[in-house]
Design a protein around this ligand. Sequence first.
Ligand code: AMP
Ligand code: MG
Length: 429
Amino acid sequence: MTTPQTLRELSCADDYDPNSMPVDKARAHIRTFLTPLTATERVHVRAALGRVLAEDIRSPIAVPGHDNSAMDGYAVRFDDLRSDGPVTLKVTGSSFAGKPFGETVSAGEAVRIMTGGALPSGADTVVMQEVTQRPADGAVTIPPLMEAKIRARGGNTRKAGEDLKIGTMALARGTRITPAELGLVASLGISEISVYRKLRVAFFSTGDELRAIGQPLAAGEIYDSNRYTIFGMLQRLHCEVIDMGVVVDRQEAVEKAFAEAAGAADVVITSGGVSVGEADYVKAALDKLGEVLFWKIAMKPGRPLAYGKLGHAHFFGLPGNPVAVMVTFYQFVREALLTLAGQTQVRPLPTLQAVLRSPIKKASGRVEFQRGIFVQDADGGYSVTVTGDQGSAILSSMTQANCFIILDTATGNLPAGETVRVQMFEGIV
Ligand code: AMP
Ligand code: MG
């Protein structure tokens, strides 16, 4: 299959079956339509935490800027040290971090030096203070090389530029800024950097049964929880969120909401209204405003999923059930949002192997994302227990769990003791 350029081409492809869409295939289809945003803004380094770097940063200075000591001890000339006996050198001064020794170390001399202190000219090696003796003021005795734990010239020193040389690519465009990147930028003396603007994501819930928190519930009504999990997941991905509330199950209301959301945001996310029976008017509204594909994904939970474009905005129609919302968000939306936000290295989430401590019920034919409690055993191995009821409406299964247990399509029931694949929640967003 050649890569489709439009959603219409995709839906006409030979092997395209919307009623049985494998997770990987859906993800791959979505990926072909993602064009990262390009607008940038300059922010102070601290404000860049969690943002995506929009420029390559080359090191304007060497880090560190000078050869320096990795230990507290004495800066010496390697040629003064001996392998067959101790030597006593004259201590002529000191070099502390930020307070260099201004002169040269000559033959027979040593300089007291602290970690980070600039290596004085003439010296090329540092002897750690623990192996030395001070026979008198102004003198230091250094044991033979082996005993002094010096293997070669340059021992216990750090070289100028060993972290970053001048002109080295320190950080590449598309890097997500974590605390390490903040520190690295600061180590270069850079106070402002260019980042992509935040991705704008509008979201709303659909359903006549939904009430916003703060309102009383009438018979048959439930509180709208999806808007809160979606809000949380978007916040943790550093998106700009546009919460559009609850939209009732009426064609005009839904149509209006879709049009408004698509005009205001880069991405529109809804929950509910895409399952069989309900999809009709949602589908009609979406057909009018853009091109949207409706899939039945071969996964549980999270079977119905809609994806497409509403004008320039990407659209994700997630299922209504609260666990299905989270699973589909993590499996499809997360990666798409990271890519659209300009991040270049969007890798699949890592999985670990763990031993099942309880049996698992599963039908073959679809991938399941069961909720599990993952623990490290006393012997260092990993094991996992399934949380109770795996229904897609049991949101407490997500709060009790700390991982998904990913069960592949072919897998059926599993007894305790089998090894399964898990994906930790922490780090997913
Ligand atoms: P639907 O896909 O609209 O048929 O919804 C499937 C199930 O998810 C129904 O039980 C809905 O009541 C429930 N649901 C839909 N939206 C939400 C929401 N925002 N918060 C909590 N539950 C919801
Ligand atoms: Mg509904």
